[in-house]
Design a protein around this ligand. Structure first.
Ligand code: NAD
Length: 327
């Protein structure tokens, strides 16, 4: 591909990715599967790597999430809500480990399932829930406090009256709730949600909290964004502490000192992927120690101290099986 062809392809990919990004993040109504989107995005990343002069500042490869719809108040995130670099193979994980070890010779990693929902920030003053917002484009999100209050696993009051704490979590719809919602939508001749992620986003980003309350959403808190009145030095310590405050934190978080054990845990999560009762689309590997994280730093879009391993898309065998049985 010469420069002229590459430029043409970059323009096509940018337009296509912007269209699907808007459908996914802003309208909560995707038209293509995530792996198809990821394939197009990675094609663009590859071209931009080969021809850096074609990389535009607002390329879909440098942007996080989507713009707010304007139907909620805006919230400016004091601590940016970024994204994660995704990796797809054992080799990518080993490359990540090698890069980390160039700055941190003996890292400790935490591995957690990656929940497929939408990212939110929860803020507490004097131990009381005061504001909750969506990630939006990472810098500005939407104020969905009233809707978040309806999620029973979000504590409205913490076990300790800390002056201030902001945590980040993933709101998701458990499979059981998703089945109930889709059944009700079909009975009412409404357009059913495509998948639990889309259902969670649609249920959280609508104007009537009474409807959100019927959707039985849930949350896992996976990050400490800011805290006053307490010293915390590592991610695993922060998860233990947030748990003690009353948050429902990541369903599992295990610490490892070498990449072989990290890979084994990622494989274990992948093998059990269908048994969680909610969608997971990967596993996240994070450097545990906060000082080590600072040393590793971040790019414009991603931290250098974490990666998200994405499992390959699952074969849709259930439908086929049904047809075979009926025949
Ligand atoms: P990402 O997949 O790059 O991962 C980062 C997100 O993972 C965080 O924002 C957080 O919300 C979430 N997460 C869940 N559990 C976590 C944990 N334990 N630790 C840390 N983070 C955790 O997310 P993204 O930037 O929101 O979006 C990219 C995804 O959206 C891709 O999978 C892409 O396919 C999909 N997408 C799909 C379409 C489509 O049309 N189908 C369009 C745009 C984006």
């Amino acid at each position: 591909m010469d420069l002229q062809e590459a430029k043409k392809r970059v323009d096509e990919l940018t337009a296509t990715l912007e269209y699907h990004s808007n459908r996914y993040y802003v309208l909560d109504d995707p038209e293509i599967e995530d792996y198809e989107y990821d394939k197009l995005l990675h094609e663009l990343i590859d071209i931009e790597e080969k021809y850096p002069e074609l990389h535009q500042p607002n390329s879909p490869t440098s942007r996080v999430g989507g713009k707010a719809l304007g139907q909620f108040e805006s919230v400016v995130h004091e601590v940016q809500m970024g994204s994660l670099q995704d990796v797809f193979s054992e080799q990518d994980l080993r490359t990540f480990d090698t890069r980390v070890r160039e700055s941190i010779p003996n890292p400790v990693y935490v591995v957690e399932p990656k929940i497929d929902g939408l990212s939110v920030s929860l803020e507490y003053r004097d131990g009381v829930f005061v504001r909750g917002s969506t990630r939006g484009d990472g810098l500005i999100g939407e104020d969905v406090t009233a809707n978040l209050r309806t999620i029973r696993t979000i504590p409205l009051k913490l076990a300790e009256p800390l002056p201030f704490i902001e945590v980040r979590g993933e709101v998701f719809m458990p499979h059981k709730s998703f089945e109930d919602v889709v059944k009700a939508q079909e009975l009412n001749d409404e357009k059913p949600f495509k998948n639990p992620r889309n259902a969670a986003a649609g249920s959280l980003r609508q104007k009537n909290p009474k409807i959100t309350a019927t959707r039985k959403l849930d949350i896992f808190v996976f990050n400490l964004q800011q805290i006053q009145g307490k010293e915390i030095t590592s991610h695993s310590e922060s998860l233990d502490y947030m748990k003690s405050l009353g948050f429902r934190v990541s369903p599992s978080y295990k610490k490892y000192e070498n990449i072989d054990d990290v890979i084994a845990e990622i494989n274990r999560i992948g093998e059990n992927r269908n048994g969680f009762g909610f969608d997971i689309d990967g596993a996240v590997v994070k450097v545990d120690n906060f000082t080590h994280r600072e040393k590793l730093g971040a790019t414009a879009k991603y931290p250098r101290w974490a990666v998200a391993f994405k499992y390959p898309p699952e074969e849709k065998t259930t439908k086929l099986l049904k047809i075979e049985i009926n025949v």
